[in-house]
Design a protein around this ligand. Structure first.
Ligand SMILES: [Zn+2]
Ligand SMILES: [Zn+2]
Length: 203
């Protein structure tokens, strides 16, 4: 499995393309300005896009979502508790085109592209409907804004709750083995081992 990372948008969001030897791929999050580069990458590598997955519905993760949907007509996937954020995007001074999801998650699902399976884990706290995507065989977590390298997502926005977020991380992520690599919604990747040992919010 391969992971390509594009940093995009006014607050440096990580947008990921994940693909395997079958040439099927998924996109994780759709920040402002990512669409053209993603389509170019998919085209250059002859990839077939299966899903557009969102870790949550904040404005910075969905800026190019409607454009990407129009260009690909691939299903948009988000937790059901964050779907309203696509229909009525936040007004942060950036114009975000409303859209809607095609697949609503509850958490606990196993999804697949090509020969690769991954799990949806419901991790509310940063928003009501935050999820992480977990690749057990490859030992990889896409954490969105739930967990960062040395930090955690903000909980002072609408729908955020600090205690819920800590509980999500401890009960849903920290139960996994130390050797997981974490690809975050912003900033550098990290490991579960380092976050268990050094994250000041969680030690
Ligand atoms: Zn966020
Ligand atoms: Zn974010």
């Amino acid at each position: 499995m391969e992971i390509a990372n594009l940093i995009s948008g006014p607050i440096q969001n990580n947008v990921y393309i994940v693909y395997d030897e079958s040439n099927e791929c998924i996109i994780i999050d759709a920040a402002f300005g990512c669409c053209d580069a993603l389509l170019q990458f998919i085209n250059d590598k002859n990839l077939i896009l299966k899903y557009i997955l969102l870790t949550h519905g904040h404005w910075d993760h969905i800026g190019d979502l409607a454009k990407l949907k129009r260009a690909t007509n691939v299903p948009i996937v988000i937790h059901r508790a964050d779907e309203y954020r696509l229909q009525i995007p936040e007004d942060m001074g950036f114009k975000i085109e409303p859209t809607h999801a095609d697949i609503l998650l509850n958490g606990g699902e196993t999804l697949q592209f090509g020969n690769t399976k991954f799990k949806v884990v419901f991790t509310p706290g940063h928003t009501e409907g935050g999820v992480c995507y977990i690749f057990e065989k490859e030992k990889i977590i896409f954490s969105g804004d739930t967990l960062f390298n040395g930090s955690i997502g903000r909980t002072d926005f609408d729908g955020g709750d600090f205690n819920t977020l800590i509980k999500s991380i401890k009960e849903k992520l920290f139960i996994l083995s130390d050797d997981y690599c974490i690809y975050t919604g912003h900033g550098e990747p990290t490991s579960l081992k380092d976050e268990k040992l050094y994250n000041p919010y969680l030690t």
